[in-house]
Design a protein around this ligand. Structure first.
Ligand code: GDP
Ligand code: MG
Length: 172
């Protein structure tokens, strides 16, 4: 079975842990400790093939620190998370995206998925679909709107990333 790793990055409170734990444990955690950084592993089937995926849920408090750079160096795929209810968190995604490319030595051929969370909080929504659609087009990155609470489109995110990693990294 081929193995890949994914690093989940984004501002604090956007729902990185909720998304990760929904994917690996299929439950919604309401109050996950924001300081906890944890590595999970789950098998995932993509196009009839089983993959082992390691997911690193970062604590989100160390933007632009050496630690982030370490994760970016060792990460093969990245999930850049913002909250649809918090416009400012989208700018953090842009920063992280650029930082990844810098850390990868200017290489933009890096598997990345952009994820907007908390899709269920319709009344608190600040980021409109066309805004993120335009940005994702400009960045040439796939993007998904999700809800970890309702389990909307969570698996698609990870499947997309595995597909990108499968195509980007030839079997070693
Ligand atoms: P992190 O700091 O990025 O890891 O964010 P968390 O995963 O800890 O989530 C921060 C807060 O947002 C928590 O109170 C979660 O319950 C809430 N949250 C996360 N995802 C969702 C979601 O999909 N829907 C709703 N309604 N709340 C969410
Ligand atoms: Mg967290």
């Amino acid at each position: 079975m081929r193995e890949f790793n994914a690093v989940v990055l984004g501002a604090g409170g956007v729902g990185k842990s909720a998304l990760t734990v929904r994917f690996v444990r299929d439950v919604f955690v309401e109050n996950y400790d924001p300081t906890i950084e944890e590595e999970y592993r789950r098998n995932i089937e993509v196009d009839g093939q089983l993959y082992s995926l390691e997911v690193l849920d970062t604590a989100g408090a160390e933007q632009f620190t050496a630690l982030n750079e370490v994760y970016m160096k060792s990460g093969r795929g990245f999930i850049l998370v913002f909250s649809l209810t918090q416009e400012a968190s989208l700018r953090e995604v842009d920063n992280l995206r650029q930082q990844i490319y810098r850390v990868k030595g200017g290489n933009t051929d890096v598997p990345i998925v952009v994820v907007g969370t908390k899709m269920d909080l319709v009344n608190e929504r600040e980021v409109q679909r066309n805004t993120i659609q335009d940005l994702a087009t400009r960045w040439a990155l796939p993007f998904y709107e999700t809800s970890a609470k309702r389990n909307w489109h969570v698996n698609e995110v990870f499947e997309d990333l595995v597909r990108q990693m499968r195509d980007r990294y030839p079997a070693d």
